[in-house]
Design a protein around this ligand. Structure first.
Ligand SMILES: Cc1cc2nc3c(=O)[nH]c(=O)nc-3n(C[C@H](O)[C@H](O)[C@H](O)COP(=O)(O)OP(=O)(O)OC[C@H]3O[C@@H](n4cnc5c(N)ncnc54)[C@H](O)[C@@H]3O)c2cc1C
Length: 501
């Protein structure tokens, strides 16, 4: 870690979607910004989501109109901003008369279609399930509506890259262990989690975007009482071999009032989730319980002809939602909206703490966070520019259509296998040129490590996207972990040993 003599404007604790989004927004508005993340970028909640950019049809039942309105509008903004990693997705909602009446679903979908302006996403409609339906025979009617799908961990990394390109310092694997006010500045102690080296950084303002750890930062680093209580609500997903061929996702109603998504995943798989259970143990060990697995399997088997059991589970993941405690009895009823807590009592250097939030609303949250802090910088003679993120693509998102980009790659790199062409376009957009460069044949991409991952791509991820371990690549920069054998994982680990030495 290099010493930083001049104070930063903003130090952000947490490299999930909220921290990375704030870093990008702030750096783009001219603030000298630094972000520390104790693990890999997106190593916590922001890679454990259902990966939907959605208004949240279910939140209408909780009267969360502000959140739904903002989220619906963000779908179109984010589809433009990151067309490589975000795509439209249609959802089928089977109608079960005894769960929610058809009139209620129609009203909900009408609101969903009209609460915010849709530009590209088609409207909802009633549907009939015919003999080709993957659902059990007694389900004949339903509805279809639009939302969007995102590669959540890549959204975090692309925001961190955007921040970095605009001058921010990004420090993964660096924990904030202490932060105290001294005069006009924060003095923040950071520890490199690999070398254990400790550095102190000064900053004019501090952002606590530690997600589920937000109150732990208050307790252990700030040594002060947190302004809000949070409820830690775990949500888990299972991944099984694909259980239906349609491109749509399914949203299944359960008898407990909850819903479960079945989403096409990485071509050959189905992603099934999520659950809502109070997480009472350590945040260092967040994993699915047997009951959660059974819960998801039972819901799916009630609806789908193709039955699944625990033996079909290829892998699973879990995350903890850090939800603001609003005294709701039931975990699913707790608000999913976000709150920004600003503390600058007695004209002390400001601390902004982020509570709650969705991947979908990260950009608006970041905009609101920097707006809230900008008066402090304006007072100090800096002029904070207007928000800019709505119309600027994320790195690699500067292209018109994936089809055209893919055709361009085919003509420029005719030897590139189709599946690799598709994966590079979807993962990297125009950043794929940094991997392909002036390669003239597949051999120019270096040795094959496993699946369709060549050494050149690993080098790119190591040098440009902060990947430092096999897991960073297999589960966050990509989902190739689904396709790698144990030997291939070992080869990738060995390559990292060489790169890191
Ligand atoms: C099961 C589940 C499904 C979800 N599905 C969706 C969905 O489909 N769509 C949607 O929009 N939203 C969804 N969400 C919500 C969304 O995932 C979260 O709101 C979002 O990821 C929170 O991001 P964050 O940056 O606040 O937290 P995190 O991603 O958890 O980031 C906080 C980071 O802070 C770091 N940190 C903590 N303490 C320190 C420290 N002392 N020093 C340095 N770093 C530290 C942590 O390592 C962590 O990486 C879902 C959430 C869950 C749990």
């Amino acid at each position: 870690m290099t010493p930083h003599s001049q104070p930063y404007d903003l130090l952000i604790i947490g490299g999930g979607i909220n921290g990375a989004g704030i870093a990008a927004d702030a750096a783009g508005r001219g603030l000298k910004t630094i972000l520390c993340e104790q693990g890999d970028l997106a190593s916590a909640t922001s890679s454990s989501s259902s990966k939907l950019i959605h208004g949240g049809l279910r939140y209408l039942e909780q009267y969360e109109f502000r959140l739904v309105h903002e989220s619906l509008a963000e779908r179109e903004v984010l589809l433009r901003k990151a067309p490589h990693i975000i795509k439209p997705l249609r959802f089928c909602l089977p109608h079960e008369r005894h769960l929610r009446p058809a009139w209620m679903l129609r009203v909900g979908l009408f609101l969903y279609d009209h609460l915010s302006k849709r530009v590209t996403l088609p409207a909802s409609k009633s549907i009939l399930f015919n003999t080709n339906s993957p659902l059990v025979n007694n389900i004949t009617k339903g509805f279809e509506y639009s939302d969007a799908w995102v590669e959540d961990a890549r959204l975090v990394v692309l925001n961190a890259m955007d921040a970095h390109n605009r001058g921010a310092t990004i420090l993964p694997r660096t924990r904030c262990i202490e932060a105290k006010r001294q005069g006009d500045l924060w003095q923040v102690t950071l520890q490199d989690q690999i070398s254990k080296e400790v550095t102190t950084i000064s900053s004019r303002a501090l952002v606590n975007a530690a997600g589920p750890w937000v109150n732990r930062v208050f307790d252990k680093a700030l040594h002060e009482a947190a302004p809000n209580n949070i409820r830690q609500i775990r949500g888990s997903h299972i991944i099984v071999p694909r259980i239906h061929d349609q491109p749509q996702a399914y949203i299944l109603q359960n008898t407990d009032g909850r819903i479960v998504f079945v989403i096409p995943f990485e071509h050959d798989f189905s992603l099934i989730g999520t659950t809502d259970v109070e997480h009472k143990t350590s945040l260092d060990h967040i994993s699915i319980s047997d009951d959660e697995k059974q819960y998801l399997i039972t819901v799916v088997n009630k609806y789908f002809q193709q039955k699944i059991d625990k033996a079909d589970i290829i892998t699973s993941y879990s995350g903890v939602r850090p939800l603001l405690d609003d005294d709701a009895d039931n975990p699913q009823a707790i608000t999913r909206d976000y709150t920004l807590e600003l503390d600058h009592s007695n004209n002390q250097p400001p601390l902004l703490s982020i509570y709650g939030g969705k991947i979908t609303t990260y950009r608006k949250l970041a905009e609101a966070a920097v707006n809230k802090l900008s008066p402090f910088f304006n007072e100090e003679g800096k002029t904070i520019t207007q928000s800019w993120t709505a119309d600027t693509p994320l790195p690699g998102g500067d292209f018109d259509s994936k089809e055209l980009l893919s055709q361009k790659l085919t003509s420029e790199y005719p030897w590139l296998p189709d599946s690799l062409n598709q994966r590079l376009v979807t993962n990297y957009g125009t950043l794929c040129y940094k991997i392909l460069g002036n390669a003239k044949s597949i051999q120019d991409l270096g040795p094959l490590i496993g699946s369709d991952l060549y050494e050149k791509e690993v080098g790119y991820l190591f040098n440009n996207e902060w990947a430092q371990t096999a897991e960073d690549i297999l589960w966050r920069r990509s989902k190739l972990g689904l396709r790698f054998s144990k030997n291939e994982i070992r080869s990738l680990e060995q390559l990292f040993n060489t790169l890191n030495s």
